[in-house]
Design a protein around this ligand. Structure first.
Ligand code: AMP
Length: 460
């Protein structure tokens, strides 16, 4: 039988798949797992970023930027040698001086490095920091999973009080609530180093006696990093996990008390959470509280919107003095996908104050200067010099939703005047060119007052 030829449709690079279009040798294309954030998507990104910045300001978190490139050892010492991130997913290479460097796969390690390096221990504690930026993991791209993605995050370093954990969860939930995405916090405690070690032994014993039923990956995990088995999605492994001992049942007194307090604070703050005994999160540095923010109706797939927890030992692991800390990182791409799916309406930005249209070469030259002069004086003037026609320019002005346009043609150039057009009514008046700023400012203020009045009447 002849083989039928199956032609696959080209896969589009979009928010969901991050798959590049079919490769062609004609022009360079996106790398697999990377994506462009096009102007039409930027409104979502700007909106989220502004919310994060506002939240940070309200809770007195200060912005920090750390480099994208760090020494590889930073991540092997913190995230852990036997984690998927370090073992398989880092973009690592030797730089020209022979140093092993990696593009950051996450930010907590870099921030703690900065905390130690800049002596932040001497500042009032906890030091509250927040960030926004790109991260890199060489993972298999799929819906909501990319090789370059963006996270925002909050880190409170220097306080072991359980109210810090609870307040971080309150803050994070508030971002999703404000945007209109219903979420639920999944929460667990992985205890301290000691509880974890005891539990790991118990868990390993439990799994070892059932090893033959585990998938090949989990058999390997069992030797290298047994707790990673808890993340396995294979049905048979999940069935075995259903009866596995829970780490929360093996916490020492202090860790138990810490966890109970976190839950009490969350109850007090009316936060929707679910206890999730399998949430250990894959990184070595977590201690005590671990949590993830899931969309309310989660199918258990790759969809956590964010996650975090306590990392009381990390500063010490990186050579600093013991310093308790807690943090959270949220994925921006997954949040934007949810916003689009839920058709969340983004508040429109304010339109420019005025559009400057011109006809003819000398008017074009004068308009170039006028746009900049108005801008310097605080009037946001838009323009489009690419096409000559007035009709086209005014259609651009209408699309930009400006209230007024200024029109400079041959006649106005000779008369030293300019036309001021009311875009709503379509009326036009001739203005002395030298008074354009004063006249325009008056009109803008009047319009503002009318709108304010109208809004006040609606509120009454
Ligand atoms: P993690 O610390 O790995 O749990 O990451 C925190 C959040 O970042 C996740 O809940 C996702 O929203 C986002 N995230 C992590 N890895 C990726 C990725 N490869 N692509 C897109 N978003 C990611």
């Amino acid at each position: 039988m002849p083989k039928s030829k199956v032609t696959k449709p080209p896969v589009k690079a979009d928010e969901k798949t991050a798959e590049p279009k079919k490769r062609s040798s004609k022009h360079p294309q996106l790398l697999r797992g990377m994506k462009d954030i096009l102007p039409e998507s930027q409104k979502y990104w700007n909106y989220v970023r502004k919310l994060v910045e506002q939240l940070a300001e309200d809770y007195t978190y200060e912005m920090i930027d750390t480099p994208i490139l760090e020494e590889t050892s930073l991540f092997t010492r913190s995230v852990g040698e036997n984690t998927d991130i370090v073992e398989k997913e880092m973009f690592s290479f030797e730089d020209k001086s022979g140093t092993n460097v990696s593009m950051r796969p996450e930010n907590t390690a870099g921030i703690v490095r900065a905390y130690i390096e800049h002596g932040m221990l001497d500042r009032p504690q906890p030091v509250r920091l927040f960030y926004w930026g790109p991260f890199f993991r060489y993972d298999r791209p799929q819906a909501g999973r990319y090789r370059q993605f963006h996270q925002f995050g909050f880190e409170a370093i220097g306080d072991n009080n359980p109210i810090i954990d609870a307040q971080l969860i309150v803050m994070c939930q508030s971002i999703y609530n404000t945007i209109g995405i219903p979420v639920v916090t999944q929460i667990n405690s992985v205890g301290c180093k000691k509880c974890r070690k005891d539990y790991e032994q118990l868990f390993t014993d439990y799994l070892s006696s059932r090893k033959k039923f585990l998938c090949e990956d989990c058999k390997r995990r069992l030797v290298k990093n047994p707790l990673r088995v808890l993340d396995c999605k294979v049905k048979e492994c999940k069935e075995i996990l259903a009866d596995a001992p829970h780490i929360v049942d093996h916490l020492d007194e202090e860790c138990k008390e810490h966890f109970v307090k976190v839950l009490e604070y969350l109850d007090e703050a009316d936060i929707a959470y679910q206890l999730n005994p399998f949430l250990v999160r894959g990184l070595d540095y977590y201690t005590r509280t671990t949590f993830e923010i899931w969309p309310e109706k989660d199918d258990g797939s790759q969809s956590a919107l964010g996650g975090g927890g306590r990392y009381d030992d990390l500063t010490e692991m990186l050579g600093g003095r013991p310093t308790p800390a807690c943090g959270f990182a949220g994925g921006v791409e997954r949040l934007v996908i949810s916003m689009r799916e839920k058709e969340i309406v983004i508040p429109q930005p304010e339109p420019p104050d005025v559009f400057v249209a011109q006809l003819g070469e000398s008017a074009k030259k004068k308009a170039l200067r006028l746009v900049e002069d108005l801008r310097i004086k605080g009037i946001r003037a838009a323009s489009n010099f690419s096409k000559e026609g007035l009709k086209y320019q005014l259609s651009v002005a209408a699309r930009l939703r400006v209230k007024f346009s200024l029109i400079l043609g041959q006649k106005e150039m000779l008369d030293k005047t300019i036309l001021l057009r009311d875009m709503e009514g379509g009326s036009q008046e001739v203005i002395d060119y030298n008074k354009v700023y004063v006249e325009l400012k008056n009109r803008l203020e009047k319009t503002k007052a009318i709108i304010q009045n109208r809004n006040n009447q609606i509120e009454e």
